[in-house]
Structures are given as structure tokens and as C-alpha cells.
Write a protein that binds this ligand. Sequence first.
Ligand code: ATP
Ligand code: MG
Length: 551
Amino acid sequence: MIELTEKRAHFIRQLITDELASGKHQSVVTRFPPEPNGYLHVGHAKSICLNFGLAQEFKGICYLRFDDTNPIKEEEEYVNAIIEDVRWLGFEWHAMTHSSDYYHELYDFAVLLIKKDLAYVDSLSMEEIRAYRGTLQESGRESPYRNRPIEESLDLFARMKAGEFPDGTHVLRAKIDMQSGNVNMRDPVIYRIRHAHHQRTGDEWCIYPMYDYAHPISDALEKITHSLCTLEFQDHRPLYDWFVDNLPVPAKPIQTEFARLNLSHTVTSKRKLRELVEKKAVSGWDDPRMPTIRGMRKRGYPAAAIRQFCEVIGISRSDSVIDMSILEECVRAELNRTAKRALCVMDPIKVIIENYPEGKVEVLKPVFNQQDPDSETRELPFTREIYIERSDFMEEPPKKYFRLSPGAEVRLRHAYVIKCHEAIHDEQGNLIELRCTYDEKTLGKNPEDRKVKGVIHWVSCANAYPVTVLEYDRLFNDPNPGREDDFFKFLNHDSLKVKQAYCEPALAHQPIGEVFQFERLGYYCVNESKEGRVSIFHRVVDLKDTWGKIG
Ligand code: ATP
Ligand code: MG
């Protein structure tokens, strides 16, 4: 069982602690920089918890900064979803900013780079630039435009901005080193022409900065102290530093990389997640099987469980795959603490309690959560005819079987001890009904003269509330479906089972999103209501990890 104790040590937490102690920094300023081109997933949650979490912990600040340097792909829908998802995870930003807030500064800095002979307008095509760049084995070649006069570059760059040229005719490149062993340093493109409407700046600009240029400068303008990013940006760090060192920016942020989160049995790339949505392998970005924040939220994963998961997996610099069962264990640990308990029978067999008066209804009032004795109570009717789970009865039980069998006694949760006298079968020999008696002195307490070990769940037949139950399973059968382009072949086609169940009547009126522990079965979330009455539940997670054994 996972428990959240104190914060786990990790190298970034240590780094900040040391820097604050030595006086290198007086405070911590971080940012979370999503590109609004899709919905956030569990990998982003790791980055959010790290950036916002560290700022919180060290009483610093964290910005939510939209990386909206690409005018074509970004949509308002994603921006709003990201805002909602970060808040739902439990974080609040110092300020919400956009890379596009800095377009004027970015432009002025680009002009300055040209003046310092550290940037030039290149008129090769994108394909030529790519070919000239060389490879890891082979150094790059200088563009014939590399040494055009500064005045000429200044003039062309101004005219690029003024809209005189069509897309693709010129770019602005940093003048660094075409021989560098690091391909990122071979005169990277920093501006390109794009006659495209931008969701925030409209038609003001027809040149747009590249991420590698906009990112370090935005960080510096916001005086970010710790620019935390995933390991794939490690090779970009010299470029990050180059911009910060060569421009008169107000701060010098330091980039520190950490390993991205890879979660087993799912994919965490926006492109692949979009493919699942577009090809209708799932019902949408918020399908409860999706590793998106919306998906996990709809599934009924508490935000606290996701934060806990991000703490438990820690932060390191080596790539690894985290097993999905760790996330599920965090969900169980949190729900075990917070979820209301209720009774629901999935596969009913009828029990008739022969010595209980016909027509009598006793309304029991157990609390919803025994972990919290002050929690609200609900009305639980007990009657002569009840349903129990078919699997809680055995005609010929093995030793140490503590549930119901002929001649044996069992406790009904919150109610009485009953004893089975007879099992009734139909003509084909199928079990259809059990005849029992109850011990009226055992309501809520054990008999004094004998031990009754087993406790089972039940619902009153006359008061049972029928619901549909969706049982979600993992979306992929393979632990690492993302390793192949054709990851659809790893889809688990049994990831949704639909069942009918009978639950206690108090569950008829519950809000969508409320999670219950159906005792002895698992955690279930209200999925849908019709005319104010719950019609569908879905399974959040089962009570125990059953995947560990299988694979
Ligand atoms: P994807 O790979 O899904 O397209 P991305 O990295 O392009 O995601 P961004 O919107 O640029 O998505 O990510 C915002 C922030 O989240 C970045 O700082 C990025 O490093 C971080 N991030 C993205 N995926 C992960 C992950 N799997 N683990 C940890 N951090 C991540
Ligand atoms: Mg990115």
C-alpha cells in the first residue's frame, strides 16, 4: 500500500535547497510551458507537479506560459482545457503568459543579433538549409548568404516583417558554428515567414519565432530561475545558453533536464493520443481509458492521487517506464481514504430469509465511510428477500470457506447473521434461490456463543436499484504500445465490458463524478444520470492489482 509520507529527495529539490542556502538564489521562479495543440496527459502532470510543486514548496512563483509560437496548430479549445486541467490538479499560477506576449521583444532582440553579426537572413529554401546542415557524422556547410552585409540582413528582416515576401523565401538564422559537433548549434533558424492568423496576435505578424529562440528569451524575461524540461532538450542547452549569454536579457535562467514520464500500457504523445480520438478507438480526449488529465478525471482518479503518483515516481535523469499499477495503487490509496462505501451486487442470486416477516422493512442507517465515523449516513432497507453475489455461495465448499454454504452462517454487511438451509435448483439443475434464516439478535453485533467469520454484501430485492456498470480495463495489452508506429495493433479490444447490477437505493441520487467503493468489488464512479437518477456507473479501479499476476 502506497502512503504519502514526506517529500522524496531528488536532484532538483536538492539543487534548489543548496542554491537557496548558498545565496545563489533568493527565491524560486519556475514555469510550465505547454504548447496548446492538444490535451494534457499524465506526462504533463509530472511536469506540472514538479514546476508548480517546487514553487509552492519553496514559496516561490510559477508561471503558466502558453508556448504559442506556432500560429497554425493552436486552438482556443486546448488553451481553455489546459487552464482547467492545471487548476483541477490543484495548482494556481502567479501569472498566465504567452510566448506571443513577447513578440516585440523577440523581434528587437533578433535585430540586435543581426547588428552584432550574430544573425543573418538566409535565402536558401528549407530543403537546402536541411541539406547544408550536415549530419552527426558530417559537419555542415555554410550558406552562401551567411556573410551578406549586416545592413542587407537588417533590411531584408524588416521587409520580412512588413510582409513583402511569401512563405519560405527567407529565414533568419543565428550565426554560430556550422562545424559544431552539436547539430543544434549549426546556425539554427530563429524566424520564419508564415502568413498565418494567430489566435492572439491576429494578423499583426507574418514572421514567427522558433521555439528554441522564443523559449530561453521568454524564460529570461520572466526571470525564471529554474527552467525545467525533459531530457530530449539536453542537446539544446548550449543553444539556450547562447541566446541568454548574447542578449541583454534581465536574468540568466539555467536549464535543467529530467527524465520524461513513460507509463506502461499506454501512449503519452499528443500525436498518438489524437490518433486514438480521430480513429474513434476511444470516445474522446476525456474517455476514461485515456491517460489524459481529463480522461483520468472522468475515470474518477482524484487529483490528489495523481499528485501523489508524481511524488512517488520521483525525478531522475534516467529514462524508465513506470508501471501503470503504481498509478492505480496511488488511486486506491487515496480512494480508500476518501470514498464512500456502498453495497452493490453484480451477479445476483436470490436469498429468502424464511423467518423474517413478509412485508417488513427495516431501514438501517450505516455511515457511508467507516474510515470516517462522522460521515453522512444513508438509508439501507433490509427485507425478507435479498440478493447476494452468486460467487458468495458454494454448495460444496472447500475448507476455510467463510462465505455461505449449506448449513453455514455468514454476516450480511451492516445487518444480520444468516444461515443457509437449502439451495433450490431449477429442472436443469441451475441454482436459482437460497433458503436461509436469520438470527435476530445479531443486528450489528456478533453472536456471543459462536464465531461467524465471513461478511458478504447484499441488497434488498424490493428496493434494489438497477444500474448499468461499465468495466474499463487497460487500453493496450502491450506494456509498451508506443514502440511501433502501428500501435493500434496493441489495442485491448476487451477494454470495456458492460454489465447490469443491483445497488442499494441510496445510490439512485448521486452526482456525476462521485466515487464509491462497492464493498468487496472495487471503486465505481457515477458516469451518467437520466432524469436526475443515476443510470450508469463505471469502474475506477478494482480493489486489488490483478494485472501484476498476468503481465
Ligand atoms: P508530446 O510529446 O505529447 O507532444 P510535448 O512535450 O510536445 O508533448 P508540450 O506542450 O511542449 O508537449 O509540453 C509542455 C511541458 O510538459 C514541457 O516542458 C515538456 O517537457 C513537459 N512534458 C511533456 N511530456 C512529458 C512527459 N511525458 N513527462 C514529463 N514531462 C513532459
Ligand atoms: Mg513540446
